[in-house]
Write a protein that binds this ligand. Structure first.
Ligand SMILES: Cc1cc2nc3c(=O)[nH]c(=O)nc-3n(C[C@H](O)[C@H](O)[C@H](O)COP(=O)(O)OP(=O)(O)OC[C@H]3O[C@@H](n4cnc5c(N)ncnc54)[C@H](O)[C@@H]3O)c2cc1C
Length: 361
């Protein structure tokens, strides 16, 4: 079977690798001239990723063992075991793996539409090429042209994230997150790559530039400390159409991102694995996504509850989390396993039920 994947990001390349290793004829088309650039990601993932792909030293820059969570007047420390990726190297690793498995990758090919069952591309010189395929997969990120051209985009909403790599002195074992009025509607972060470099960023629905500037100034960061900066869109999950005939969406193109944290790698890779099985064994993609969608829905509900929080509410929440049992749960059950985490939290501290009642509303 001929498979066309649009987008050589991590999700498209991972999917292409699985399909090619099963003997399918896979072509991945990427609009940029190089894989993994521009980077638009902080690169933090839970160890859940190890259940999906084998980790390789080549793309890991750090491991963090605790997160300091800040509200306006409170700070707690929670043990975690998270991995910090070099996104450029991670994407390249997955692309090389796909190629080794037999997938072909075409750079400088921008997908522009589907005509008569053929995917149409424009190359760098604007030369048009139409390619026939049995399956077309849009793994082309938050603004998916595949979704738009096939009426699958719906009314998507986004966060806008801004981040800079900063020179300074950092605790390499610890990640900081800041909630409340310092970054309304989402959170700000400081994620160390090493003792000398950290990724500092914010995400928000509007005014991100202002919030980011203010956060850097609060943290005493000067222009000279900035190594480079990045920005990008984070889709807010919404149950939507992910298949129309032989056209499928996966990863950010399908909005498979946790609304609590903006993390899209783990769930996107999981969805890609499911999609590969659907294509290979003729399963129903929407049905196969049901469990994953339930988790994404829970993240969305938690996000909607947090969106209503004032600084006082965050202070109260952190106070409740200042509990040995609750902290241990965060280490044991990753935030990717949100259902178990919430359930166990309520069992350990029944007063969390108040939050459950609110987030189901
Ligand atoms: C600021 C920021 C921080 C983030 N931090 C994290 C984090 O810490 N952890 C985490 O898990 N997630 C994070 N995310 C989300 C994560 O980056 C995405 O979920 C992930 O990149 C999704 O991968 P993807 O392959 O679906 O899409 P993408 O990585 O967006 O890849 C899509 C590819 O498709 C290509 N493309 C697009 N349109 C076309 C076209 N018309 N023709 C051909 N090619 C096309 C693009 O060039 C790109 O290479 C962050 C996002 C942002 C913006």
């Amino acid at each position: 079977m001929m498979m066309i994947i649009i987008g050589a990001g991590p999700i498209g390349c991972f999917l292409g690798g699985i399909l090619a290793s099963n003997g399918e004829d896979v072509s991945i088309y990427e609009e940029h001239s190089c894989i993994g650039k521009p980077v638009q990601c902080t690169g933090i993932v839970t160890k859940e990723i190890e259940k999906i792909i084998k980790l390789d030293k080549r793309f890991i820059v750090n491991r963090v063992e605790k997160v300091r969570v800040y509200s306006k007047n409170k700070k707690i420390e929670v043990p975690i075991d998270d991995i910090v990726l070099n996104r450029e190297k991670f994407d390249k690793y997955l692309a090389n793996k796909a190629k080794k498995n037999g997938a072909k990758i075409y750079l400088n090919h921008k997908f522009i539409g589907i005509r008569e069952n053929k995917a149409v591309f424009a190359d760098k010189k604007n030369k048009i090429k139409a390619v026939e395929a049995d399956y077309i997969v849009g793994a082309d990120g938050p603004l998916s042209d595949v979704a738009k051209s096939n009426n699958m985009h719906g009314k998507k909403k986004f966060y806008f994230g801004m981040q800079a790599r900063i020179k300074g002195k950092f605790d390499a074992s610890c990640y900081d997150v800041y909630f409340g009025s310092i970054c309304p509607g989402f959170f700000a972060w400081i994620l160390p790559e090493s003792k000398k470099i950290a990724r500092i960023g914010v995400a928000a629905k509007g005014n991100t530039k202002e919030i980011f500037k203010k956060f850097l100034s609060i943290k005493g960061i000067k222009d000279n400390d900035i190594i480079d900066s990045q920005a990008g869109l984070i889709p807010i999950y919404k149950k939507s159409v992910v298949q129309k005939g032989n056209v499928f969406l996966v990863g950010d193109a399908a909005g498979q991102v946790k609304a609590t944290t903006g993390g899209g790698l783990v769930y996107g890779l999981k969805a890609a694995k499911k999609l590969a099985n659907c294509i290979l064994y003729g399963l129903d993609y929407s049905k196969e996504l049901k469990r994953l969608n339930r988790k994404l829905w829970m993240h969305l509900k938690i996000r909607q509850m947090l969106d209503k929080f004032s600084d006082k509410d965050y202070n109260k929440l952190l106070k409740k989390m200042q509990n040995k049992k609750i902290k241990e749960l965060f280490k044991k059950y990753s935030r990717d396993d949100v259902k178990k985490l919430v359930f166990k939290a309520v069992l350990s501290k029944p007063s969390f039920l108040w939050y459950i009642k609110n987030f189901i509303k």
